[in-house]
Design a protein around this ligand. Structure first.
Ligand code: ADP
Ligand code: MG
Length: 579
């Protein structure tokens, strides 16, 4: 191993030379307390910054083994260290004068969710793969980040890089990656919160619930563009009839609203907080950090926000349970289009979410196609069923639950028809929920039921086994790009993701881009079904992490793990999907 002093003299030797001389720095350097690895050096000052990582061995890092002995706790510890390191780096790094990204030091920026990221990896010491090699020694820490190697014009300014690597970085590492140096009680609370969150998530099915919102939770966000909690918000309060008290391992008894499996309706006047509750639930598939306000809002992790998405592409989906026949006798049992309508997109979204294994569907009337949701009696009389290809969701929502065990939570402020099919009806009044099931059911009894029969969920074709898109070559130079959470591109083909509301982090988008490429090049074979593909990805990521998508020296620091639902949703929106 090269010593850090060797690195220092190499830096001195290349000062004022042409930028490519930086390339020789690639390698690992012993800084005593940690190893600094220069994994990839940028080609010029304007290119994507260089990739570095810090490696601390388990004994020196010293984190208690019980902080990473389950997947969830390990992810929480990794998240915590990434945040600490990021804060340190932001404090220490000053943008050096110089060209391009000179002097930049950047770690992964975490939002309100706790996600698995390539930015940090705590070794489990577990043996993985056929080689029998441990993924990394137990308790060891790898922290990946980016640095803009400084230049004046295209001339190396290695004095500046020396400052970054020798003056700024060591303090950042020391103050964030060593248990003895950090605020231990904050870390302890983060781990304990994770245990409580996991406890709730695992308890839900046994209690017959699909979601839980703790009393006192703060659901609304600061603004439409900020995910931080609103100040002075009305705290959540469960109606008595739905109140459950859970005995959490760390916090002890916590009460809140348990949303039972089945069909639950949220109604109420405009602006009374219906959509806010639904948004909290759709994000409750993730754990949130302490202080978020939603840290004890927990939903079934397969929950799927079902919405309309006109313009999306659809490849070979059987939407016949909802749309029988389209003008021109277009077949709907193997439906493909480059430009779906509101109702066909929502039908495809639902059939795909059944395929992905979701057991909870979340719907907001604000983002639904009306004709997908409902058809009123007057319309039924005037336009005969034979002329109307759409069987609205209201006719299928019960069989979805009875036949497949898929629950629905629906926000419907403008139509009372769903009163007939709902198990529970909750009214939001000035941001406070009230159980009005009895009252609403009684009122509904006086209104004629819509004519539709509530039979079994119809048969539909289940197996979709994509073949790889032949034009994609096994080539590492395939171009991948991510644009926030709204789109990605694979070799210039854009995949639109902006309506995947549960995709929360731009690093997840990057994760999707790499996974789409990986599935196309290595997994799709025309025989494996979509769920089988998702299972294979899950097994690999569980065992070896997102890192396994890269050769070992080439791991990007900016990927977060998306859910199974978003992985399949991304594949489904790839316009070159070969089905
Ligand atoms: P609805 O869907 O019923 O029309 P929204 O959920 O969109 O209503 O909420 C309307 C507004 O009220 C939003 O600006 C939201 O941020 C705010 N809001 C929601 N819940 C609360 C709360 N508990 N306390 C304070 N403001 C809230
Ligand atoms: Mg709304």
């Amino acid at each position: 191993m090269t010593s850090s002093e060797d690195l220092r003299s190499r830096l001195h030797a290349i000062d004022h030379r042409g930028y490519p001389a930086y390339k020789d720095l690639k390698g690992q350097y012993d800084f005593g307390d940690y190893i600094l690895s220069i994994d990839h050096v940028q080609g010029d000052p304007f290119a994507a910054p260089s990739r570095l990582s810090v490696h601390v061995n388990g004994r020196k890092a010293g984190f208690p083994a019980e902080y990473y002995d389950t997947y969830e706790k390990r992810i929480t510890l990794q998240d915590h260290l990434t945040r600490l390191f990021g804060t340190q780096l932001a404090r220490g790094s000053k943008k050096a004068s110089g060209s391009g990204k000179s002097g930049l030091l950047a770690a992964s920026r975490c939002g309100q969710e706790v996600l698995e990221r390539t930015a940090c990896r705590i070794g489990t010491g577990r043996k993985t793969g056929s080689s029998g090699a441990a993924d990394t020694a137990a308790g060891s820490v790898i922290l990946r980040f980016e640095a803009g190697f400084p230049a004046r014009g295209r001339t190396i300014d290695s004095r500046e890089l020396e400052k970054m690597l020798f003056d700024i970085l060591p303090g950042c590492v020391l103050n964030s990656l060593y248990y003895r140096k950090i605020n231990q009680s904050k870390l302890k609370s983060a781990i304990e919160l994770c245990e409580d969150q996991q406890y709730i998530r695992q308890a839900l099915p046994g209690l017959g619930l699909c979601a839980f919102i703790a009393d006192g939770s703060v659901l609304p966000r600061e603004s439409g563009i900020s995910d931080r909690p609103m100040e002075g918000a009305v705290p959540f309060r469960s109606p008595d009839s739905l109140k459950v008290t859970l005995e959490l391992p760390n916090r002890g008894p916590v009460s809140g609203m348990g949303i039972p499996k089945g069909i639950t309706l949220f109604v109420g006047g405009g602006y009374h907080g219906k959509s806010t509750v639904l948004q909290a639930l759709q994000n409750a598939v993730y754990n949130h950090i302490a202080g978020d306000g939603r840290e004890l809002v927990i939903a079934d992790e397969s929950a799927w926000k079902l919405r309309s998405e006109d313009g999306r592409s659809i490849s070979g989906v059987d939407i016949s349970p909802f749309i029988r026949q389209l003008p021109g006798r277009k077949d709907t049992s193997h439906f493909s289009t480059e430009d779906a309508s509101g109702s066909t997109s929502q039908a495809a979204n639902l059939m795909e979410s059944i395929e992905s294994g979701s057991s909870l569907i979340l719907i907001d009337e604000d983002t639904s196609a009306t004709n997908f949701m409902i058809r009123d009696r007057l319309m039924q009389q005037v336009v005969s069923p034979e002329e109307e290809p759409i069987i609205p969701f209201i006719e299928r929502v019960r069989s979805l639950y009875e036949d497949f065990g898929i629950s629905s939570i629906i926000v419907a402020g403008s139509s009372g028809s769903y009163f007939h099919v709902a198990d529970h009806i909750i009214q939001m009044k000035e941001y406070v929920p009230y159980d009005i099931t009895e009252k609403a059911k009684k009122a509904a009894a006086d209104f004629p039921v819509f004519s539709a029969a509530q039979g079994r969920f119809p048969e539909y074709s289940k197996k979709r086994c994509p073949r790889p898109y032949a034009a994609l070559k096994k080539d590492d130079r395939l171009k991948l790009k991510a644009l926030g959470t709204s789109e990605l591109s694979l070799n210039h083909d854009i995949v639109e993701l902006r309506y995947l509301e549960q995709l929360r982090d731009s690093e997840q988008t990057m994760g999707l881009a790499y996974l789409l490429k990986y599935m196309e090049l290595s997994l799709m074979d025309g025989k494996r079904s979509m769920p089988e593909l998702a299972d294979l990805v899950k097994a690999q990521l569980d065992e070896k992490g997102l890192e396994s998508l890269f050769p070992s020296q080439d791991v990007r620091s900016s990927l977060a793990r998306p859910r199974r639902q978003e992985i399949l949703a991304c594949v489904n929106r790839y316009r070159k999907l070969n089905l």
